[in-house]
Design a protein around this ligand. Structure first.
Ligand code: C2E
Ligand code: CA
Ligand code: CA
Length: 468
């Protein structure tokens, strides 16, 4: 019957329409809207599929991860729209250059990837570098940020998609770190590095509950008379085989593995247990702890810290929490909430490593931050280079005007200490006064300083005479 035939035809057409709509939606969900390339989600799925296929037919898969070199600079100087135009151009170049069977993806930001069965990965990597080194005109200006490439190959380097990505990233990271040639392949050196990190990871997971992470203490002195007025607590790992390790060898990996919170917690508890009696006995006024920018991204960070503090004998007014500026910039609203919550309890906030980043004076005006720690990189030239001297002098002046206390960090020489004292710096910390030390030594030094204040400035001429 014609009626039925018509209805059937209409229905079929509608089904086909729905089907193509569904396909379109699916495609959009897998596409990066700026470049039209495959996005991260679809890339991950495709990589797994290709590895499965390669495993079945004995083939190989090369993964190239690409990161633009000075993209941030381009964005900062020409604006986000120019940045977007450039990313679109990069996408276009990669797409046009792709060989049959290759998959090009934008992983996010200025990061791209190419999956290939390229038999000659080195040649392909070189080609990608030179392709992205070509300049491009934006707003009548020639821009050429350049790109770095990391490569890893299945099955020779990695056995699964997760490792393949991690290894290509490691190779890329090495290029970024070293400079020189703009591409690198995963190799024996990186394999060793990977093994070392995996071992470190397993050991770190064991070390925290085993109590191998311990607090060390470095004195903070009053600039006027050299009296010890506070301590900064610094983490050390008493490794059963490697001996005492400083944070540089375990904090970065702990951050990457999301273990830094547990380290900070362990240092805080043990540090408070040792230092609270020193405050109670009037030996020091303040105890400062470092927290990782990662901890601070946890919305319950300040509440947990206050809870933990309440279980110790340390009064809130004697606690300083040192945070770095990079954290403030990551999430200003969350930073404000944490800082205000801690301040309301009487806990002081110190801005650490000031002078290395943006040195954001606005943050100081708008947030309840009472202390700034001037970074060692500024202090080291303060007495030799008159321009650094002037800069630090005016920073001290500005801080005083804002009612902010300054601690100069990394004071290693008497000349620096004398300069800083004369410029009105309140407090100092550094090897010139004392290196970080374990709790027992710190306690002994504090008790000794009660009977006789250490005389850092008067000591020097005698030392010089002895040497000369
Ligand atoms: P920081 O907070 O800037 O700590 C000061 C660092 O400078 C310490 O290194 C200290 O030993 C060192 N230092 C002090 N005076 C001098 C000096 O006169 N000359 C030189 N060259 N160095 C000096 P350390 O203990 O190796 O700690 C390095 C960094 O690790 C710290 O930098 C801090 O960012 C981080 N860190 C330390 N302990 C912890 C912790 O418990 N948790 C977290 N999240 N990070 C920590
Ligand atoms: Ca610090
Ligand atoms: Ca610092």
């Amino acid at each position: 019957m014609p009626d039925h035939a018509q209805q059937f035809a209409a229905l079929t057409a509608r089904v086909a329409e729905l089907e193509s709509e569904r396909e379109l939606t699916l495609r959009l969900a897998q596409t990066d809207s700026l470049t039209g390339l495959v996005n991260r989600g679809a890339f991950t799925a495709a990589l797994c599929e290709r590895l499965e296929a390669a495993q079945a037919n004995g083939g190989s898969v090369a993964l190239f991860v690409i990161d633009l070199d000075r993209f941030k600079h381009l964005n900062d100087t020409l604006g986000h729209h120019a940045g977007d135009l450039f990313l679109a151009e990069v996408g276009e170049r990669l797409r046009c250059d792709a060989r049959p069977g290759e998959l090009v993806a934008r992983l996010g930001g200025d990061e791209f990837a190419v999956i290939s069965d390229a038999p000659d990965a080195a040649k392909r990597a070189e080609r990608l570098v030179s392709l992205l080194a070509q300049p491009h005109m934006i707003y009548g200006r020639q821009v050429a940020p350049g790109a770095s490439v990391g490569v890893a190959v299945y099955p020779q380097d990695a056995a699964d998609a997760g490792d393949l990505q991690r290894f290509a990233d490691m190779a890329l990271y090495r290029v970024k770190l070293k400079g020189g040639r703009r591409w690198s392949a995963f190799d024996a050196e990186l394999r060793d590095e990977n093994t070392r990190r995996r071992t470190l990871e397993a050991e770190l997971r064991r070390a925290i509950p085993a109590g191998e992470i311990e607090p060390w203490f470095q004195p903070v002195v009053d600039s006027r008379d050299g009296r010890i007025v506070g301590v900064e607590v610094l983490a050390r790992w008493r490794h059963p085989v490697q001996g005492l390790l400083t944070p540089a060898s375990f904090v970065p990996i702990a951050e990457e593995l999301d273990l830094i919170g547990r380290i900070d917690e362990a240092v805080f508890e043990a540090g408070c247990a040792r230092a609270a009696p020193w405050v109670e006995q009037g030996l020091i006024e303040a105890v400062a702890f470092n927290v990782s920018p990662r901890d601070l991204l946890d919305p319950s960070f300040s509440r947990k810290l206050i809870g933990r503090l309440n279980k110790t004998a340390l009064p809130a007014t004697a606690l300083t929490v040192e945070i770095t500026e990079t954290f403030l910039l990551q999430d200003l609203a969350l930073s404000r909430r944490h800082i205000e919550r801690l301040s309301a309890k009487g806990i002081r906030i110190a801005l650490d490593d000031f002078g290395t980043g943006y040195s954001n004076l606005r943050a100081l005006m708008h947030l309840p931050i009472q202390t700034v720690k001037l970074d060692r990189s500024l202090i080291c030239d303060v007495a030799q280079d008159p321009r650094v001297g002037k800069l630090v002098g005016s920073m001290l002046h500005a801080a005083r005007a804002l009612g902010v206390r300054i601690i100069a960090e990394g004071v290693e020489e008497e000349a620096q200490a004398i300069f800083l004292r004369a410029s009105g710096c309140d407090r100092m910390q550094g090897y010139w006064f004392a290196r970080p030390m374990p709790a027992d030594l710190m306690e002994a030094a504090l008790k000794e300083s009660r009977t006789e204040a250490p005389r850092f400035f008067a000591k020097e001429p005698a030392r010089r005479r002895a040497r000369g």
